[in-house]
Design a protein around this ligand. Structure first.
Ligand code: ATP
Length: 441
């Protein structure tokens, strides 16, 4: 098994990610997040929100509708150009992306292939109850447009001034022709984005572009992805969307293959000018200081939550030799991302005094963080289970705990054990997880 398969197998076995609608044979390109995956994905989104909104004063949040007036997609150009070229096998009728460099023969049956045709990636849906009178619309193909159509609403309802940004997290849908690579290319997925509005000045906007490239790269590194596994890839001039002034992808080295995780795009004034044209609304910004009126330029950072989840998992996965003949699988997730921050164990499940103390600790810690409970089997096995879940700390209540009011805290990465007073435990863990310390530092 390669690392991707190992991670996919661990993801299923431990409840990170399941195939969508599995009992009905699945549905290509859809995935469900299990109890651990839900926590991991939520933690990634919370960290994104914290860095974009909570810790900044120039970015506000938005949660726009998935279904929008179809004119939005005409204006954005998605109905016209959001398509992939496809070839079809004349014998078995399987379809393949023409840009994937397959030969002239069908990779499945060896049959002859048609010339490439364009297929639109937008997912259609119909609103209304009366057959024949239903309105055709689309599930959004990207979350970006929800922000731009609200540009004027945000200006008039908040106190933002250019330069400012709007961040959003939400689902997007694409009729991907070849979903695959586990969750890498799904038909339903989540994006986390920033649309940052700046003056339409080439020099100033490129400065902002460089700033956001660095910010986003640093964000992944700050949450534990190995720097060596990340790189920028510049879009060549002929790969750029016709309106784009510059574009870079942040790529992750998925064990030998560099894959796109996030795009940083300089979109010029494309979105606002198109919505101005198609809606007839004035989308200009009035600068109170200079008395100038202009359509702003847009710097976008657009990341995939599912791809980030997958790459955080792959990067954290390690098989480590513990001693001769014994290896452990461990997810070295950053404590901020780990589904459970700590697991609490009574040394023996049949000793009510130990269980009582452990339960009290468990109930107390739960008020502040996600805590796992386990009383099955031997301690070594329980450690292994938590290693696979990425839990950074395990707390064991033993017989010494009863007299000394302390517990053993075992560290996932070093496997070292510390003795910590029960009343200090909360702060001890919080400091290690990476919040504020007790002294407020
Ligand atoms: P690709 O070239 O891989 O199809 P893209 O360039 O079309 O991606 P964008 O439209 O720039 O992607 O979307 C921004 C981000 O959304 C991507 O970097 C990726 O993380 C995520 N994303 C896009 N399509 C998918 C998908 N089908 N499944 C999961 N995530 C996706």
């Amino acid at each position: 098994m390669d690392i991707g398969e190992k991670v996919a197998s661990l993801a299923k076995r431990r409840g990170f990610i399941y195939p969508g609608s599995e009992i009905y044979g699945g549905l290509a390109g859809t995935w469900d997040y299990g109890p651990l995956g839900t926590e991991l994905k939520r933690n990634i989104k919370n960290e994104f929100w914290k860095s974009m909104i909570q810790e900044r004063s120039d970015v506000v949040g938005l949660d726009a509708a998935i279904i929008m007036n179809p004119k939005v997609w005409e204006a954005s150009g998605h109905l016209e150009s959001f398509s992939d070229p496809l070839v079809e096998c004349k014998r078995c009728h399987h379809r393949f992306r023409a840009d994937h460099g397959e030969g002239k023969k069908c990779p499945d049956c060896g049959g002859e292939l048609t010339a490439p045709k364009k297929f639109n990636l937008m997912v259609e849906t119909y609103l209304g109850v009366i057959e024949g009178e239903k309105q055709k619309t689309y599930l959004r193909g990207e979350i970006t447009q929800g922000v731009h159509v609200n540009f004027k609403n945000i200006l008039s309802s908040t106190r933002v001034k250019i330069p400012f940004g709007v961040a959003q997290i939400g689902k997007a849908f694409r009729n991907e022709i070849t979903p695959g690579g586990f969750t890498f290319r799904s038909r339903e997925f989540e994006q986390m984005e920033l649309q940052y509005y700046v003056k339409p000045d080439d020099k100033e906007s490129m400065k902002q572009f460089e700033y956001w490239k660095k910010e986003r790269m640093d964000w992944y590194v700050s949450l534990g992805i190995n720097k060596k596994n990340l790189r920028f890839k510049e879009h060549a001039k002929d790969e750029l969307a016709h309106y784009a002034k510059a574009a870079f992808d942040i790529e992750y080295n998925a064990k030998g293959e560099w894959k796109e995780m996030e795009g940083i795009h300089h979109r010029g004034d494309w979105d606002v000018s198109r919505h101005q044209k198609f809606s007839g609304e004035d989308m200009t910004y009035f600068d109170e200081e200079t008395k100038e009126k202009f359509l702003p330029y847009i710097i976008e950072t657009s990341g995939g939550v599912d791809r980030a989840t997958l790459f955080f998992l792959m990067d954290a996965y390690e098989e480590e030799k513990v001693k001769e003949g014994e290896t452990r699988a461990v997810l070295r997730l950053h404590p901020k991302l780990a589904p459970y921050k700590v697991a609490v164990f009574p040394l023996l499940a049949n000793k009510p005094k130990l269980v009582d103390v452990a339960k009290r600790i468990y109930d107390d810690l739960k008020k502040d963080m996600m805590v796992a409970w386990d009383e099955r089997g031997n301690i070594g096995k329980r450690y292994r289970t938590q290693d696979e879940a990425g839990t950074p700390f395990c707390v064991t209540v033993d017989f010494d705990s009863l007299g000394n009011d302390d517990v053993t805290v075992r560290d996932r990465d070093t496997m070292k054990q510390d003795r910590v007073k029960i009343k200090e435990l909360d702060w001890y863990l919080k400091e290690k997880i990476g919040g504020k310390s007790k002294e407020g530092k």
